[in-house]
Design a protein around this ligand. Sequence first.
Ligand SMILES: [Fe+2]
Length: 245
Amino acid sequence: MIPAVTDPDNNEILKSLGCDLHIHVLPGIDDGAQNLNDSLALVDAHYRAGIRKIIATPHIRMDFFVNTQESIHNAWLRLTEITREQYPDLVIAYAAEYFADDYFLTLLDKREILPLAGNYVLVETSLRHDLVYFGDIIREMILKGYQPVIAHPERYKAWHNNPERYNEIYELGVIFQINLLSIGGAYGPTEQIMAERLIQQGWIGALGSDLHRVSQYKYIKQAVENPYFKSLRDLKLLNHTLLSD
Ligand SMILES: [Fe+2]
């Protein structure tokens, strides 16, 4: 299997990141990589960028991406069968990006959760609508001993004009994870400005690429040029903790 050609000049631009803990790199199980070639193109781009640990986080969302621990494990096996040989010093682990809904609550009850590592669990909510019960689900996670890692708070449109919502969720004791793609302008100026504002406030505990396809890599390159990204370099992020986990 030959990886798709990627830009050779990614030279270690993400080495300071530690690991990527949010990426849709597993083949054919969500809206990210659709097949092994897509997966390998992403892996190859990240490897050239200096990444040596990837935590694959496919969506688990009722009605959209009904993945199970088994479907994720099988996709991970397909990918790592190849990458183990081609990139022997690259670690690929797997977890999931959970949509906070009733199905997620059921999984929480059964403790059938794939954490990023330890008790860290990546969770997202609606990009468009402010689901009022989101805070309750976060509280439930904490009650059950999980540490919520909120995926891309800068992307929740319903929160953009409501700084109180950011405070309210942050103060529950969560880790905010912003996307490199947001810092690089991939979703537009509003998400970029919101990401920069959260960085400025010192509220960022983790970074993820949230890459779905290798064509988005141009935004990763833009992100690393952004002074706000550079300002995160000296911070201890979850990415660095999980590198050795
Ligand atoms: Fe994602």
